[in-house]
Design a protein around this ligand. Structure first.
Ligand SMILES: Cc1cc2nc3c(=O)[nH]c(=O)nc-3n(C[C@H](O)[C@H](O)[C@H](O)COP(=O)(O)O)c2cc1C
Ligand SMILES: [Mn+2]
Length: 488
């Protein structure tokens, strides 16, 4: 059974020893970051700050702040209710492997699978806990323990929102996690980067020329899988809430907003309703980002709050990003595992992939392939540069099928051995992550692929390729048998 809401997940974490309550009245400005960063880097639990406060505003917040809730392998598995992330991958593989039924029996066997699929569509409900309290006129962000994460941050930021918009082009929904900088108690930034779903909707508002405002709803806190769906790099127009329904094996229940024509998860903790305006673009940032550096000031639309709805007893969920590894590493890792089967559907030659924490997702993807034809590694690089999310990869290292991509020592050893740098490095130009600070231009720069596979004569490599050194198995077995007695 999927978690019915965040409260249920918090209880589960607490039962599993994966959550600690913090009675200390920590300041939302910097102190919560310093505490959480230490816990997160030490592989520690989720934290529920019971009495967040702000020395700056004098506020003592009534609602607790939850952070690091997905910040470990164990908690991610608990969130997805699986023993291993590979179980999720397997469900997706099964789904993608569906063949058209051939005979009557096949059809009958397919039926439960199909009806199961149908049951994952988001479901509209008439009421939800998130509307227990409605603040239409006096809506204000002042009661939320919104953090200032790092010293040079341009302000306080909502860091884990689900931003919901509807496409002015085709009416389809998008859900994305885009940080929101607080400008005042009713206005924030809306940091959807130019490649993201929300930004595309905003562009279509301009293109349609029918109005200057676009409604936006922001859900803060929901069951963990629904929250995770906001960070998934799904293809455009694929509804994140449908995907969340598939992942949690129970549809996401949605309730109509109070003041805007959008729907939000009925089990949310808090919802901000409002709009963005083509004529109100403001400076956003700086913000201590997941690269471990500040992302610099840039222009983004402002979000105007028109109504706030919430539970009677909401939990405010936050996360911090910064020098890796942090909670977002585990989100990225889950994304990597969940998307591997989808990757493989496009590229069956892909055996495995890995995004090490130090690569902060977009800087490095290591991928192993079963090489079948000349230039194969380069085909895979270009394919990855064409996928949502993975398109930003600044470096892609392609290794042979027998390399363990999660073993960085093995990857480095074999990759450095196997390359003739001038020959095996593929440079290309294209869009890069908007966070990228080294590229020649914002959002546009170069990428590098490293073909670290074994080179073939058909690729122009005519010298013999040496075998990897491996001990004779008989000798290994013999020594294994007497190893203890050697007392070394
Ligand atoms: C903690 C966290 C914060 C994020 N903040 C932002 C952000 O401020 N702006 C942004 O464009 N993407 C941000 N992302 C990445 C997006 O959520 C991610 O690219 C997602 O796929 C976007 O959804 P979309 O493809 O529907 O736009 C963040 C991801 C995480 C895990
Ligand atoms: Mn999307």
């Amino acid at each position: 059974m999927a978690y019915k809401d965040l409260h249920e997940f918090v209880k589960r974490l607490e039962r599993e020893g994966e959550l600690k309550r913090v009675p200390f009245a920590a300041d939302v400005d910097l102190e919560i970051t310093e505490i959480t960063d230490r816990v997160s880097k030490a592989g520690g639990p989720a934290l529920l700050f019971e009495k967040p406060r702000s020395a700056k505003s004098g506020a003592e917040f009534a609602m607790p702040l939850l952070i690091n809730m997905l910040g470990s392998k164990k908690r991610m598995e608990l969130a997805l209710e699986v023993d291993s992330l590979e179980d999720v991958a397997r469900r997706i593989e099964d789904l993608l492997d569906m063949k058209p039924p051939e005979g009557f029996l096949d059809k009958v066997r397919l039926l439960p699978k199909l009806s199961e699929l149908g049951s994952f569509f988001p479901k509209s409900v008439r009421s939800g806990a998130v509307q227990e309290v409605v603040e239409p006129d006096n809506a204000s962000l002042a009661s939320l323990p919104i953090m200032k994460c790092w010293p040079q941050d341009g302000g306080n930021f909502i860091t884990f929102p689900l931003v919901i918009t509807r496409s002015p082009k085709n009416g389809r929904r998008n859900v994305g996690c885009y940080r929101m900088q607080v400008y005042d108690s009713r206005t924030t930034g809306m940091h959807w980067q130019i490649h993201k779903g929300g930004a595309e909707h905003f562009r279509w508002l301009e293109r349609q020329g029918k109005g200057r405002r676009m409604e936006v709803a922001v859900a803060l806190g929901a069951d963990p899988v629904t929250m995770l769906s906001g960070v998934l790099p799904l293809p455009e127009d694929l509804d994140e809430f449908l995907f969340a329904g598939f992942l949690r094996q129970e549809s996401v229940e949605l309730v109509k907003c109070h003041s805007v024509d959008l729907e939000v998860p009925a089990n949310s903790e808090i919802v901000l309703e409002g709009y963005v305006d083509l004529d109100d673009i403001r400076v956003e940032g700086p913000f201590g980002d997941h690269t471990g550096y500040y992302s610099l000031e840039d222009k983004f639309p402002a979000f105007h709050l028109t109504c706030l709805t919430r539970r009677r007893d909401p939990i405010y969920v936050s996360t911090i990003v910064g020098p890796p590894p942090m909670e977002d590493y585990w989100m990225g890792h889950a994304v990597e595992r969940i998307f591997l089967p989808l990757f493989r559907k496009q590229m069956p030659e892909v055996v495995d992939m890995h995004m090490p924490a130090e690569g902060v997702f977009h800087n490095l993807i290591i991928v192993s392939i079963r090489k079948s034809y000349p230039g194969h590694a380069r085909k895979v690089m270009h394919a990855i540069w064409g996928l949502p999310g993975a398109m930003f990869s600044k470096c892609i290292v392609v290794v042979d099928h027998d390399v363990d991509v999660s073993n960085l020592r093995e990857v480095a050893w074999k990759a450095f051995n196997h390359i003739d740098p001038e020959r095996d490095i593929q440079f290309t130009l294209g869009p890069v992550d908007q966070l990228e600070h080294a590229s020649r231009l914002p959002s546009f720069g170069s990428k590098m692929g490293v073909d670290a596979t074994t080179k073939w004569p058909s690729e122009g490599f005519t010298r013999p390729w040496p075998d990897e050194i491996k001990m004779d198995p008989e000798v290994k077995k013999k020594i294994e048998g007497i190893w203890k007695s050697l007392n070394l």
